[in-house]
Ligand binder design. Structure first.
Ligand code: SF4
Ligand code: F3S
Length: 104
C-alpha cells in the first residue's frame, strides 16, 4: 500500500484523489488518508502530490503512518473529487512535525 504522511496535514492539495483508480482516499479536516486494504499499489498518486506527502510502504518513514491511515480510513468519509485546498496550504508545505501540532 501507499500511505499519506505528515506533510499532507494543513496542505491537503487533493490532487491525489483525482488520479486514484480505486478511489481509496478518505478525508479528515486537515488531511487525507489512504485505505491500505483498498489501495492497489499502482503508485500514480505519489508524483501527483505537490507536498510529496505520499509514500510507498517500502519507505522507512511509512511505518509511522500506516496505523494512522488504517485507523482513519475506517472512520472518515471517502473523497473522490478534488476540493479547494486551504488558502494557507503553501505556508504549511514543508513545515515539520505537523501531526503533533495540528492533527485533530
Ligand atoms: Fe490509489 Fe494507486 Fe495511490 Fe493506492 S497507489 S492510493 S491505488 S493512486
Ligand atoms: Fe495531501 Fe498531497 Fe493528497 S497534500 S491531499 S496527499 S495531494
Amino acid at each position: 500500500t501507499y500511505v499519506v504522511a505528515d506533510n499532507c496535514i494543513k496542505c491537503k492539495y487533493m490532487d491525489c484523489v483525482e488520479v486514484c483508480p480505486v478511489d481509496c482516499f478518505y478525508e479528515g479536516e486537515n488531511t487525507l488518508v489512504i485505505h491500505p486494504d483498498e489501495c492497489i499499489d499502482c503508485g500514480v498518486c505519489e508524483p501527483e502530490c505537490p507536498a510529496e506527502a505520499i509514500l510507498p510502504d517500502t519507505d522507512p518513514e511509512a511505518e509511522n503512518w500506516l496505523a494512522m491511515n488504517t485507523k482513519y480510513a475506517e472512520i472518515w468519509p471517502n473523497i473522490t473529487v478534488q476540493g479547494t485546498p486551504p488558502s494557507d496550504a503553501d505556508e504549511f508545505n514543508g513545515v515539520k512535525g505537523k501531526y503533533a501540532k495540528f492533527f485533530n
